[in-house]
Design a protein. Structure first.
Length: 279
């Protein structure tokens, strides 16, 4: 580990900047913050922001046979398991790569072995307060495609989880697509919608540019946090009120566009309780 001369935080070998205070480790001075909103979020957000419920680890005892672990991974649709000992101490991790390299690479293949004999022992374990940038650096340096997070319960995030997190940082990366498509699927299952409401929902994709523009205005005017992600909760609780206010401002939007946004906002607000429980 390399200790930062400014704040004393221990960083992974090869680090140029401290993951805690963003100081230049060699020079000992703070690095100016980037102007990139996405880069700021990656540098500042903790791992609590990544993965959500889908990152909850599948935990198995160290004496479980490999074949049972593999069956469990298939049933639970997990690409890894965390091997735990007494008092939930983390002893290792077993992944799809472990299966190929440590089990199937041997002839004859022995699936009766206890998982402790083929797991990756003593993996790097991160804290939930570590930053996303720290996790990415660890994965790059160590050659991992995942990161174990010491939490209760234990979590495991992978590159896919981090990509989803990055997508939620900006509408042009697909953040709005994910939220709007999810809302569309959830609401269309209801049979109480009027024909006009149903038509509005079906045309969400066509009106996406309106949301992009309102999003930019809301961010630039300080109505949304600079690194606020486009999740369902943030969209409904923080973004919609900002859109409602912006839709009334003539300098940002035409009367026809204002009418469309107004109907969309009204429908989102009315179906809010129906939409959120699907998370």
């Amino acid at each position: 580990m390399i200790k930062c001369t400014v704040c004393g935080h221990e960083n992974l070998p090869g680090s140029l900047y401290c993951s805690n205070c963003n100081s230049d480790i060699v020079v000992g001075k703070r690095k100016p913050l980037t102007d990139s909103r996405i880069e700021k979020a990656i540098l500042e957000d903790s791992l609590e922001e990544v993965g959500g419920i889908e990152s909850l680890a599948l935990e198995v005892p160290h004496n479980m046979p490999v074949k049972e672990v593999v069956r469990l991974m298939i049933d639970q649709q997990k690409c890894s398991v965390v091997v735990v000992g007494s008092e939930k101490s983390i002893e290792g991790i077993f992944t799809e790569r472990s299966l190929l390299r440590r089990v199937c690479n041997e002839i004859p293949i022995n699936l009766e072995k206890p998982i402790r004999e083929v797991m990756l022992k003593s993996p790097v374990v991160l804290k939930k307060t570590d930053t996303v940038a720290y996790a990415l650096h660890m994965m790059e340096v160590q050659g991992y495609s995942y990161a174990i997070i010491e939490d209760d319960p234990i979590r495991v995030i992978n590159i896919r989880n981090i990509l989803h997190y990055i997508v939620e940082l900006h509408p042009s990366l697909g953040g709005f697509d994910k939220v709007l498509n999810g809302f569309k699927e959830a609401v269309l299952k209801k049979r109480t919608l009027s024909e006009e409401e149903r038509e509005i929902i079906k045309n969400l994709g066509k009106n996406k540019e309106l949301f992009y523009r309102a999003f930019t205005v809301a961010r630039n005017s300080g109505k949304l946090g600079e690194t606020e992600r486009i999740t369902r909760e943030n969209f409904l609780n923080n973004f919609l009120p900002a859109v409602k206010e912006i839709s009334k401002q003539d300098e940002h939007i035409s009367p026809d566009e204002s009418a469309v946004l107004g109907k969309l906002v009204k429908l989102f607000e009315e179906e809010k309780d129906y939409f959120l429980p699907n998370d």
